[in-house]
Design a protein around this ligand. Structure first.
Ligand SMILES: *Cc1c(COP(=O)(O)O)cnc(C)c1O
Length: 368
């Protein structure tokens, strides 16, 4: 039996999706490619609940966040980046590398971001042009209150840039209804496809910011204006600026078809059910979660280690005895927590049961 990946991405994917990776290479241009590419974009727009433009950037989610911030915000222009975990910190690193003027707003790891604090920071500082936030802070499992954050940002008339890398597809995120201007996700988490692609949606307000920033652009590839120009001028035969990983896009097309056929309600329920089963199961075995359920996303469960039941020991036991890979903690949480993903095949009953069997054995063996 192969290893079971139960980390918060990349995820184990379905055989039908994997099979697309074996198709012969094809050019990233021409009529039949444009048909395939357009179908993937249309399907992704349905998953994003958006009518905005949407591009399939090539690269990791961090590259698409860099494209979002670098395209829309000029050097020395001010951006508010609230953070309550590792990935909020990542956004600040990216923004600083782009020489943006970053206004931080810190919340301790394990607590959700505060929409009122974001609103009052924006009211006090009219020079802040945009807010970049993480939806699901995967380092702690906290789900940030995005609807409330988005309405604060919109009421104050600023641009909202969202890292939805570990949430989009697995839980409700109506991009247009909430007014997310630039929304980034990846192929290899809740979209259940191989890594390598980062879908990003771009609102009209975001295009206005991108056009206003055109003279200060610091990139060609990670500039959304470049992607728009190719789509507009070359779209009938060559819709992207560069070569793209066609097999990965074919795999994503298959996966998007499957996710749409399953439907939002069933898909969200599948992830919630996996999270509930894991949380109930570990509590019955005497373990606790790191954060309360009411602030936790349904996509990762974070288990708190104890003196007599150490997180890293559980992680090693599952790997060695059960061929199940879960994640540990990052930075200050290294060695102190176990993060269990519920994305992709990890949301199946088969994986959940295998995981709980492993944890039960570990507890019965005295947490070695
Ligand atoms: C996984 C993850 C990332 C990093 O994505 P890459 O594709 O590796 O750049 C960023 N943000 C969040 C919230 C994540 O979960």
């Amino acid at each position: 039996m192969p290893q079971k990946l139960m980390i918060p991405g990349p995820v184990d994917i379905d055989d039908e999706v994997l099979a697309e990776m074996r198709t012969p290479s094809m050019p990233h241009y021409g009529a039949s490619w444009v048909r395939i590419y357009t179908e993937v974009i249309q399907g992704l727009k349905r998953l994003f609940h958006t009518e905005n433009d949407l591009f399939l950037l090539v690269g990791p989610g961090s590259a698409a966040m860099e494209a979002a911030m670098g395209s829309a915000i000029g050097p020395d222009h001010r951006i508010l980046i609230p953070s309550n975990g590792f990935f909020g910190g990542r956004l600040r690193e990216v923004a600083s590398a782009l020489r943006l003027d970053v206004v931080p707003l810190d919340v301790p790891w394990g607590q959700p971001l505060d929409p009122d604090a974001i609103r009052s920071t924006l009211r006090q500082d009219g020079r802040i042009q945009a807010v970049a936030v993480v939806h699901h802070e995967t380092s702690t499992g906290v789900l940030n209150p995005l609807a409330e954050i988005a309405s604060a940002v919109k009421e104050e008339g600023r641009l909202l840039i969202l890292d939805a890398v570990s949430s989009l597809g697995g839980m409700p995120l109506p991009v247009d209804e909430w007014g997310v201007d630039l929304c980034v996700t990846v192929s290899n988490k809740c979209l259940e496809a191989p890594p390598g692609l980062a879908p990003i949606s771009v609102s009209e307000g975001a295009w206005r910011a991108i056009d206003a920033n055109a003279a200060h652009s610091r990139s060609w590839f990670l500039n959304l204006a470049t992607w728009r120009r190719y789509l507009q001028e070359w779209g009938s035969w060559h819709p992207t600026p560069t070569t793209v990983p066609t097999q990965v896009i074919l795999a994503l097309r298959k996966s998007v078809q499957r996710l749409l056929a399953e439907g939002d309600e069933a898909r969200f329920a599948r992830h919630r059910a996996a999270a509930e089963a894991v949380r109930q199961g570990i509590r019955e075995l005497g373990l606790q979660t790191f954060i309360p359920d009411d602030i936790a996303s349904p996509l990762v469960t974070v288990i708190a280690g104890r003196e007599d039941a150490q997180a890293d020991a559980l992680r090693r036991y599952l790997q060695v005895k059960h061929d199940i890979m879960v994640s540990g903690g990052l930075e200050d949480l290294a060695g102190r927590i176990v993060r269990v993903g519920h994305m992709g095949r990890a949301s199946s009953q088969e994986y959940v049961e295998a995981f709980l069997t492993g944890v039960r054995e570990w507890v019965q063996a005295g947490c070695p």
